[in-house]
Design a protein around this ligand. Structure first.
Ligand code: DGL
Length: 283
């Protein structure tokens, strides 16, 4: 069991930011990643649809043999975690709880912490980050806003263009007025635009990367559950090396192109598969 890989799924390519955080923190683990590129984006879809997609993705990864499932997609974490846990007999870690808790820890020196959250429309409407933050602190006030155009801008690699700054200015004006102590990057793509976001909200605002917060919690969970890989992986680990396997539900070439932008490298092992209709195929 302990030698099995950790499963990660996302609606598409954005979850590679979470993969990178896990890979950096856990060099002795292997990963299997599923990007649901056929059905991305999730951030504008309904609860029922996101739940259905999330369950199909989780069942696909579980069928490969994994020891733990990380739901890298903030939208799927916000909307579908209870349903996934009901269906998968494994530990499941989403990004919302870790991101919310980290924001509270990082503002714990404040009497009245102000925490802002930026995310997709579906994540914002779910109120999942607000709930996670309130569970960790009843003193914190929370302001949330959706920044949907950040997703295509990150995928285009427009990380320093004037257009990106002007869109950030428009989205983040209200965040600046709220004057937060910390700001949660509550969408897989937003860490790619970290510099633009930091410059727009001001250098004194602490940015919280939910993927990094999740990697910290996964490390603790592996230790607590005794699930860490007991066999030392020898040699240097590289992002996307032969030990990690990537699956997409469509457009593998585009996935590889955006992976190069996000990670500076492309998966050695990348396969296109279908995750839906698998039960029908079996009969
Ligand atoms: N991965 C999604 C998230 O973190 C962003 C892209 C989408 O809308 O599917 O919420």
């Amino acid at each position: 069991m302990n030698e099995l890989p950790i499963g990660i799924f996302d609606s598409g390519v954005g979850g590679l930011t979470v993969y990178r955080a896990l890979h950096d923190r856990l060099p002795n683990e292997r990963f299997v990643y599923l990007g649901d590129t056929a059905r991305v984006p999730y951030g504008t879809k309904s609860l029922a649809t996101v739940e259905r997609y999330a369950i199909e993705n989780s069942e696909f990864l579980a069928s490969l043999g994994i020891k733990l499932l990380v739901v890298a997609c903030n939208t799927a974490s916000a909307l579908a975690l209870p349903k996934i846990r009901e269906r998968i007999g494994l530990d499941v870690v989403g990004v919302i709880g870790p991101g919310g808790r980290k924001a509270v820890v990082e503002t714990s020196s404040q009497d009245e912490p102000r925490i802002a959250v930026i995310a997709t429309e579906a994540t914002v409407s779910s109120g999942a980050y607000t709930d996670a933050i309130r569970r960790a602190s009843n003193a914190a006030s929370v302001f949330q806003t959706a920044c949907p155009l950040f997703v295509p801008l990150a995928e285009e690699g427009w990380t320093a263009e004037a257009e990106t700054f002007s869109i950030a200015e428009k989205y983040l004006k209200k965040v600046r007025e709220f004057d937060p102590h910390s700001l949660v990057l509550g969408c897989t793509h937003y860490p790619i635009l970290r510099d633009v976001i930091q410059q727009t909200v001001g250098e004194n605002v602490k940015l919280i990367d939910s993927g990094e917060a999740t990697a910290e919690e996964v490390e603790r969970l592996l230790t607590d559950r005794g699930l860490a890989n007991p066999n030392e992986i020898l040699g240097t680990r590289e992002l996307c090396d032969d030990l990690d396997h990537f699956y997409v539900t469509d457009a593998a070439e585009r996935f590889a192109k955006v992976a190069e932008r996000f990670l500076g490298t492309t998966p050695n092992k990348l396969e296109a598969i279908e995750v839906y209709g698998r039960d029908e195929l079996k009969t």
